[in-house]
Design a protein around this ligand. Sequence first.
Ligand code: TXA
Ligand code: MG
Length: 322
Amino acid sequence: MNAIKVLNFDTAGVAKAAAILTAGGRVAFPTETVFGLGADARQGPAVASIFEAKSRPAFNPLIVHVADIEAAQGYAEWTPEADRLARAFWPGPLTLVLPLRAGHGLSDLVTAGLPSVGIRVPAHPAAQALLRAFGGPIAAPSANPSGKISPTTTAHVIAGLGDRIEAVLDGGACEVGLESTIIGFAPTPVLLRAGGVPREDIDAVLGAPLTDHTAPEAKGITAPGQMASHYAPTLPVRLNASSAKPGELMLGFGTMACDINLSDTGELREAAANLFRHLHALDALSKTTSPAPTGIAVAPIPAEGLGAAINDRLRRAAAPRP
Ligand code: TXA
Ligand code: MG
């Protein structure tokens, strides 16, 4: 990829950043917490390319950034408690994890196949300007290579991802400098990640103390990356299969005979974008096929690049069920 474009935070720079997102590209942008690495949350390949740029080893769910409460309500099932928190702290460093609303239109990769979505309205003027110019939801993890420190300046972003992403919006410093506080509902409010909004402030708005789910063992309940078996299709899954055995459905990769192909051209980005959708489709197919299939055979996926994350998700799909 060519050198990263550094876009000024002015009308022309914001318009250019929005156009890159519309075209399926990646733009780093400042939020009040850290720089986010943004892509259109509705475009699967664009979302997949975020994981690729970060070399993120697993498809952790990403936070969806929107311009205001009304936009958030288009993607999440709204509740009175969510409304109180949103009105108290948005725009600002608070992420709410809420059930996905039917017809949401987000890529499955954003939510890692979960029935919930993490959503927030950032306060930074550059993030707000970009969201309004783009006019859609922006999926964004922190704009750093996986395992490295989160970026809070344009220079950090360029040092970490300069040769891997299209552009960075140079909007000035991140006021908060550490990631948003994440609140889930189980169904009462629980703290999933400590962050930019102190929990005491949240307790004060709710009138009751949050339950703390930040301990590693508690996190396993909601963070799919920590569970051995996650997003398991109804049928057993057999990995690294060169062909289907009698009775099996075949999930292919590259040129081969199969029921559904992750990418017939063998592209990992396309395969990543298709993964959850195709597993859902195979599940549906297994219910309408007669005689009933006995399992799903999955073609080998190369281990490099996005393949590591695809294989991670497939291993979870194939893991012994609890
Ligand atoms: O401040 C922030 O939140 C920054 C800026 C860019 O907005 N973003 C950020 O993203 O920190 P990231 O990818 O580093 O952390 C997102 C975390 C995930 O690791 C996951 O724990 C949680 O958000 N998350 C997102 N969606 C979720 C969901 N549906 N269920 C449970 N947890 C979720
Ligand atoms: Mg991060």
